[in-house]
Design a protein around this ligand. Sequence first.
Ligand SMILES: [Zn+2]
Length: 280
Amino acid sequence: MPELPEVETVRRSLDAAVVGSRVTRVDIDRLRSVRRTGPDVVRAGLVGETFIGTRRRGKYLFFDLANGNSMMVHLRMSGRLLLAAPDSPREAHTHVVLRLERTGAASSELRFVDPRTFGEVVVFNPDDDLVPEVDRLGLDPLVDEFSFDQFHAAVGGRRRGLKAVLLDQSVIAGIGNIYADEIMHRARLRWDRRVDTLATARLKLLHRTTVEVLCEAVAAGGSTLSDTQYVDALGREGIFQTEHRVYAREGERCITCGRGIIRRVTGAGRSTHFCPVCQR
Ligand SMILES: [Zn+2]
């Protein structure tokens, strides 16, 4: 599933083509992708309108329109946003297509492709309560200030295991399974370590590694794994998977300590990868 670095990479890769473009046509051929409002609201909300900016919060992408409304896209498990020429063949599972026009440029299409159909496209007015989950999102490590004090206030003292806290979108927004495992490894902490037992020095290390891993992953264009189809809006794969030290490396020798063998444990429908030597 695309996490903060992948969603941010997608945003950056389409921003220049989308901002300043007017939507002249919307094709919807999968109702599930627009399930929150139905296709008429999405079409009526977009056609004739111009995008003035893109934003991201956690794993949510926003496309702001000149009339004050916004389009929200969540990629969920398998969603992709692709920029394409209107006459190029549409990929299988292309569910929503926006035709974009701008003066002095060839028209293009923004295509929402989603084989597993958990993803969503919503057009909303900020005054209505159509995307209430966005208000419940916690700190975004790239968008918000995310100082140690902010991090400490959000995370410190939680009486839960570290991984559960990192994955809780209402605490920190944007971290999923891959980056939680990589952050915990670099902070040398186990997934089940209760956060309220962490000394300040450990919390500082955790804060630093959170920022470090996410920033490095964004710079690398995210992670494209063998079992996922993540690419940015121009079809480019990420390369951060080559920097993973634990994720999807079970059975391999730990490259951090050179002694431990990476293990994978499952719990609550999630798998966690860690080095039993490095992480305590
Ligand atoms: Zn190790």
